[in-house]
Every structure is written in C-alpha cells, then in structure tokens.
Design a protein. Structure first.
Length: 238
C-alpha cells in the first residue's frame, strides 16, 4: 500500500458526480428497508428477497463498477496516470493500493448499508444482517478487482461494466440456472447462506465453490491488472 496514492485515489473517487451515486444507491436501499419495516414490522420472508435482489443483485455490482473503475479509470482517461507510472513504485503496489481504496469505499457504501438494511427488515435473529453484510463485502471486493482490471484494459470500461453488472449479474446470473454458477452474486450468496441460520435463501453453488471462485477471480484480476499496468507505457496513456 502507498499512502500518497491512496490519498489521491480517494480524492478522485469521492469527487464530482461519483460521490452522488455512492450516496444515492445505499440511501435508496435504506429507504426501501424502512418502508418495509414500517408497513409490516421485521419480516425475513419479505426482507431477504429485497436484500438478495436489490442489495447483492444491483447495489453491490453497480457500486463495484463505480469504485473499481473510478480508482484508476479517470487517471488513465485524463493522462494523469503518467505521473504515478513515472515514480519508482512497483505496479502491483499501485494496483493493490487502488483496490484497497475501492474495497474501503464498498465497505462504507455497500456492505454497511446492506447490514443496516438487513437489520431493519429482518432484525438480528438468524444472522441475516451479518450474512448479507459479509456477503456484500466479499462480493464488492471481487467486483472491484474485475472492474479495475477492465478499466486498465479499455477506456470503455464503464460501458462494458454496465452490461456485465446489469445484464449478466442482475438478470442472467440471477435467474438463468446454468449461468448462476458463474455469477459473483451467487458466490457471495453462498457465503451469506452459510452465515444465516434460517432456510430463507439458497445459493446456486456450495460454500466451498463460492469461496474458491471469489478468491480465484479476485486474485487473477488483481494480478492481471498489475501485469497490464506494468506493461503500460507512458505513450499509451497520452
């Protein structure tokens, strides 16, 4: 980790319109949770589908896209990445620092609001809040690594990321049986399912498969992003 890069990356990520999206999406989740709680009291039968479909299925992928691309994409687009590349800092350190900032952002704006929303709609019984909170965190890390890699590979990362987040993860990965096994959402859901004592959710993969796939995808995407950044020349960024 590099403190200077972390500070500059945080400033870039939380600036301009990105900050609004980071606040609006979790605020919407919390508003829905409060509405459900007010209408019928704590009810996991109603709250869990909301958490699964909106929190893990929509909120976390979109915030993962914002954070993952936002920590490095603008610097590549504007050419300011050349100042970092010119420094004697190992490329993997740059990638890990930016991924760390993205993860911190996702914990604050995705995992914590998901935990709070789960506590509102389902209470603390059965581990629903803890399960979905941790599930959102591990999913956020995987999404951030994938989208960070995408930002290093192409200047159209946001477009491709939206297609992946909205079409694959939200619709295909959430409803098509065969595609569920290749969904970050389902891998994270397997983690959440293990932590929840109630039989209220069912992941498409087992806990072992989910953890292995989350680790492999995160590690490979992070390594490849560092490798690509290492081979990225100053001329390419201009």
């Amino acid at each position: 980790m590099n403190a200077t890069i972390a500070r500059l990356t945080t400033s870039t990520l939380l600036g301009k319109r990105r900050a609004l999206l980071l606040f609006i999406l979790p605020a919407l989740l919390l508003a829905l949770a409060v509405t459900i709680r007010w209408a019928g009291g704590p009810d996991s039968a109603v709250g869990v589908p909301l958490l699964q479909a909106f929190a893990l299925g929509t909120l976390v992928p979109l915030l993962g896209l914002i954070a993952g691309t936002g920590v490095i994409g603008p610097e590549i687009d504007e050419g300011s990445i050349v100042y970092i590349l010119a420094k004697p800092i190992p490329r993997p350190v740059i990638v890990l620092t930016k991924l760390g900032v993205a993860l911190a952002c996702l914990v604050a704006f995705a995992a914590v609001p998901t935990f709070v929303a789960a506590a509102i709609v389902a209470g603390f019984d059965g581990g629903v809040a803890v399960g979905f909170g941790i599930g959102a965190a591990v999913a956020g890390l995987a999404y951030a690594s994938v989208f960070l890699l995408l930002a290093v590979l192409t200047k159209h990362a946001v477009v491709f990321g939206l297609v992946y987040a909205l079409i694959w993860e939200t619709f295909v990965g959430g409803f098509v049986p065969g595609a569920k096994t290749l969904s970050i959402q389902q891998w994270a859901l397997a983690v959440a399912d293990r932590l929840i004592s109630r039989d209220s959710i069912e992941a498409a993969v087992g806990l072992g498969t989910g953890i292995v796939m989350l680790v492999v995808v995160t590690a490979v995407a992070t390594w490849f992003a560092g490798h690509r950044l290492r081979s990225l020349t100053l001329t390419e960024t201009e």
